[in-house]
Design a protein around this ligand. Structure first.
Ligand code: ZN
Length: 192
């Protein structure tokens, strides 16, 4: 009876070893295909079209008496992780729900803005009306940005990111993480 139990025990170990080895065999091939896609280098600056539209936003706002400050553009993974910790493990208020690699800033496709007052202060006051036309400057800037093709973070359901504009070029964060990038659309920029 003891011998049978021992044999069954050894058999069980043998079978589980085979399964473990089999599992390990399938992992390497899967891992390489993901790594290869992720090898696509990350950008190191704003996408040229986003940069151009961002400049146009500042210029068009200036024409109606609003001074727009672009406070942030391209952000590295490390910089993104640092601001993610703000309001969590670090001091301050939570300013983002995106960790490194989860924000359009990390792919050079987003900008943040603020307003400059007549006394030179940089503010995030969404009621401020520097040009005194009865409309809040913030909403006027948002309107211009949208006309230039930007998506506004203030329109998001859930966490609203009022100073944030982005262009996704039809790509999700998952696409970008998988190494997809906006096509070279420099011709489009020329016609605008
Ligand atoms: Zn932003």
């Amino acid at each position: 009876m003891k011998r049978i139990k021992l044999l069954l025990f050894l058999l069980a170990i043998g079978i589980s070893t085979i399964f473990i080895l089999k599992d390990n065999e399938t992992i390497p091939s899967k891992a390489t295909s993901i790594e290869q896609k992720k090898d696509v280098p990350l950008p190191t600056e704003l996408h040229p079209i986003v940069k151009e539209r961002s400049d146009q936003l500042v210029q068009q706002a200036a024409k109606i008496g609003i001074v727009v400050m672009i406070t942030d553009g391209f952000r590295s993974i490390e910089e993104q992780n640092t601001i993610y910790e703000q309001g969590r493990t670090a001091e301050g208020n939570i300013v983002t729900n995106a960790k490194g690699g989860e924000s359009y800033h990390n792919y050079g496709l987003a900008i943040d803005f603020a307003l400059e007052t007549t006394s030179g202060d940089v503010i995030w006051d969404r009621q401020y009306d520097r040009n005194q036309n009865g409309k809040s400057d913030w909403s006027e800037v948002v309107k211009i940005a949208k006309s230039l093709g930007f998506e506004w973070g203030g329109d998001w359901k859930g966490f609203k990111d009022y100073p944030h504009f982005q262009m996704d070029f039809g790509l999700t964060i998952a696409d970008l993480q998988n190494g997809e990038r906006p096509e070279d659309t420099s011709n489009v920029a020329d016609t605008q």
